[in-house]
Design a protein around this ligand. Structure first.
Ligand SMILES: Nc1nc2c(ncn2[C@@H]2O[C@H](COP(=O)(O)OP(=O)(O)OP(=O)(O)O)[C@@H](O)[C@H]2O)c(=O)[nH]1
Ligand SMILES: [Mg+2]
Length: 463
């Protein structure tokens, strides 16, 4: 086990969000959790037994260490004995009234009792280091907490429950079998007949491994988007109806709409749910030359948004001839259907017969015609495959996981090619080892402090 896991101190944090609430929770975890509790908590009627019975709620008063007659609040106390706790260490939880001053005083009492303030994600980091969950589960915990659609919540819960860990485990098991066969071929090269036969088995395992890793990898684009969301920028020349389109997508009069060209200067955004994927839609200033100073700044911002976006919606007004600006924006963004959707707006008006790309979508921001199709197009532009079954099964939810799986798949493919080319078993074994190493990275069996740092810094304090 990792040394860090063996030498932990005792940490504490408020685990509920800031601000007043019905209840608030302060957690303490680590080897001294119980001794902290003993100093700052007095059960009604006193401690009947110490250590107390795990998982049995007790009511009492919390107070600064040594001052039971100056209580902070009445609380419910829970004790989880190591290793059967979230972190794997002794853990106590105080559930009090959720007032910010109560929470702060309770936290200070825990610190006074010998605990140190936890860093972001430190509870989950300990859970990982103590073997209570693998790294794919730990990553999914943060994404579950921040899930902004039901689909994201369900998918992340599956990963927290270990779907990716299970998939990784079965990949590892297969590859270890291949490794054993290769090693026996290395150790007993004279048994050629047997060696030949078993190489077929190795070949099958590698093929299956590459296929499995590839299939998992294919879930990544959508899985990462479920957590991080997509950003879609609405761009176009002035007055084509960009702000109207934003409002139609959001079903809310968020941006000012006006017949005057150059209405929007700042970027205005809102979030929509596109088949479960959270999508940030950003309305921008119309792109044109020769505008006033403020508008020029707006156009600069539009350019920046376009550079950062996952998808650009190029909006044109189909009731007007295309301007020079329309044409150059269409040209500039053409190329990949995965990064651009052309929207021909004002379909409720008489069309001017302009020439548009074949895949242009006709909509009317005014009547709502075509808006649902546009939402579908956002989805299909970003994800070529049909909707994944997100309710079960493993899903890649971070770029880190995708990289690990890509590494594992490529190593399997390399070894598989090696067999075809009669490469020595020693060299095949090197590739199989590499595939295993990447799977170890996926679950965190192989990891570095840097990687852990990056994962856990995105957590909230208290988780
Ligand atoms: N008939 C019709 N009018 C529309 C439609 N969409 C927008 N308009 C009108 O077009 C004008 C400009 O709309 P906006 O949404 O402000 O256009 P914009 O592209 O945001 O304009 P800027 O912010 O100035 O770049 C307004 O008078 C809208 O009412 C539509 O689908 N049909
Ligand atoms: Mg506008």
């Amino acid at each position: 086990m990792d040394m860090e896991a063996l030498n932990t101190d005792t940490i504490t944090a408020i685990s509920t969000p800031p601000g007043p609430g019905g209840l608030g929770i302060v957690r303490v975890t680590g080897p001294d959790a119980l001794s902290v509790a003993r100093l700052i908590f007095t059960p009604t009627g006193g401690w009947h037994a110490f250590p107390p019975e795990p998982r049995k709620a007790m009511v009492g008063l919390v107070h600064p260490p040594g001052t039971p007659d100056d209580p902070i609040d009445k609380t419910v106390f829970l004790y989880f004995a190591s290793p059967a706790s979230y972190t794997g260490e002794d853990t106590v939880e105080f559930t009090a009234h959720g007032g910010p001053l109560i929470m702060r005083a309770l936290l200070e009492a825990a610190v006074g009792g010998g605990a140190r303030l936890a860093e972001p994600g430190e509870f989950t980091r300990r859970a990982f280091l103590n073997g209570r969950m693998d790294l794919s589960q730990a990553e999914a915990v943060a994404l579950l907490i921040h899930a902004s659609t039901d689909a994201a919540r369900k998918a992340m819960l599956n990963q927290v429950e270990g779907a990716m860990g299970n998939a990784a485990h079965s990949l590892k098991k297969d590859l270890l079998e291949a490794k054993v066969i290769l090693e026996s071929a290395i150790d007993f090269p004279e048994e050629e007949d047997l060696g030949d036969l078993d190489l077929e088995q190795v070949e099958r395992i590698l093929q299956k491994g590459a296929r499995k890793a590839g299939a998992l990898l294919a879930t990544g684009k959508e899985g990462v988007a479920l957590g991080a969301g997509l950003s879609v920028v609405i761009a176009g020349t002035p007055n084509v109806g960009k702000s109207s389109l934003l409002n139609a997508l959001l079903e809310e009069e968020k941006a000012i709409v006006h017949e005057m060209a150059g209405t929007t200067r700042d970027s205005i955004e809102g979030c929509i749910n596109v088949q479960g994927v959270p999508v940030r839609v950003i309305d921008t200033a119309g792109i044109r030359q020769g505008a006033d100073e403020i508008e020029v700044e707006g156009v600069l911002r539009t350019r920046k948004q376009i550079d950062k976006a996952d998808l650009i919606m190029v909006v044109v007004d189909l009731s007007q001839q295309l301007s020079h600006g329309d044409l150059s924006l269409l040209k500039e963004t053409e190329g990949s259907a995965s990064t651009r959707v052309v929207v021909a707006n004002k379909a409720d008006l008489a069309p001017a017969g302009i020439e548009l790309p074949e895949d242009a979508l006709w909509v009317s921001a005014k009547t709502g015609e075509g808006i649902e199709d546009l939402k579908r197009a956002i989805y299909t532009s970003c994800f070529e495959e049909r909707t994944l079954d997100r309710t079960e099964g493993a899903m890649v939810v971070s770029v880190r996981q995708a990289e690990a799986l890509r590494g594992a798949r490529d190593a399997c493919l390399r070894a598989h090619r090696g067999i075809k080319n009669h490469v020595e078993p020693e060299c095949l074994a090197v590739d199989v080892d590499e595939a295993l190493m990447h799977i170890g990275q996926l679950t965190g069996e192989v990891t570095s402090d840097d990687v852990l740092e990056r994962i856990f810094e995105n957590f909230c304090i208290g988780k």
